[in-house]
Design a protein around this ligand. Structure first.
Ligand code: PAF
Length: 280
């Protein structure tokens, strides 16, 4: 496995691999890798001739400076993990390498970006679109792998690919959870012992809501989920919404969609966690 820091060096390698007709798999990350990321990489390794993982904590997608500062940076450990699963290249550029000048581009994702995360993290998806489009332009992957935990991000990236007419297949991979259900996230490392214990209630409540969804009208189920989660002393639900899985718009009745998905953002102390569940 090779660790590369510059676009020029990466593109030299990509050129060599393309000349050998190798399909290019790409997993963009912000590092602090966990098993969820590794599953994306394993899939890329299985499906492509060559796999690249980018590790870049993208400043333009953080609307909260504190969150950016506290984001864990663990390049050495990340590289070690990636080596064990046969990743070919790690691309870990500096901020100056990616943004030699400020990226002023404004993307327009309409209703997809205005709800849920978009409502509570203004500018976040514009930043995600800036970095993902920039990385796609550098790597020009055949396939790119994203986790379903970031459900809204996945919808935005599909829309980005459509708008920019990019020739990349977006592969969605299922949420990876700890044994007790907590969705894996780089932010979990920041939870105190008690917050970690209480955070299990998020997935537990979502799973329970899936068992009982037909018994409740949509609004009542939403309220029940929020009430259950907020019962824990250190948890505070920022939102829980049940949306159409394609448009991400809130539904009023179960009949409004064939693909209902419940999406939650919950603070465990200062740590913001997201999770979701499909009611299909
Ligand atoms: O999901 C993430 O880790 C980031 O949003 C991404 C896609 C790597 C862009 O910085």
């Amino acid at each position: 496995m090779q660790l590369i820091h510059t676009i020029v060096d990466l593109q030299k390698e990509l050129l060599r691999n393309r000349a050998q007709q190798k399909a290019i798999g790409f997993v963009p990350t912000m590092g602090a890798l966990h098993q969820g990321h590794l599953e994306l990489v394993k899939r890329s390794v299985a499906e492509n001739g060559v796999s690249i993982v980018s590790i870049f904590v993208n400043p333009t997608q953080f609307n909260d400076k504190n969150d950016l500062l506290k984001y864990p940076r663990t390049l050495d450990v990340d590289c070690h993990l990636l080596q064990t699963i046969d990743c070919d290249y790690v691309f870990a550029p500096s901020v100056e390498e990616i943004y030699p000048e400020p990226d002023e581009r404004q993307f327009e994702f309409g209703a997809l970006a205005n709800v849920m995360e978009g409502q509570f993290r203004p500018g976040h998806f514009n930043g995600v679109a800036q970095i993902v489009s920039r990385l796609f332009d550098i790597v020009k992957p055949d396939k790119a792998y994203f986790g379903e935990k970031d459900f809204q991000q996945l919808a935005i990236i599909r829309e980005l690919v459509k708008q920019l007419n990019l020739n990349v297949q977006i592969v969605a991979c299922p949420i990876v959870r700890e044994k007790e259900g907590l969705a894996l996230s780089s932010r979990n490392a920041r939870l105190t012992e008690n917050q970690r214990k209480e955070a299990l209630l998020i997935s537990k409540t979502l799973f329970e809501s899936k068992k009982r969804w037909k018994e409740f009208p949509v609004q009542a189920l939403k309220q029940w989920v929020i009430h259950e989660i907020n019962a824990a002393s250190e948890l505070q639900t920022e939102y829980f919404d049940i949306v159409d899985g394609f448009t991400l718009q809130s539904i009023e009745n179960w009949e409004d969609t064939e693909y209902p998905v419940g999406c939650a953002a919950v603070f465990a102390g200062e740590v913001r966690l997201i999770d979701n569940i499909s009611y299909l």
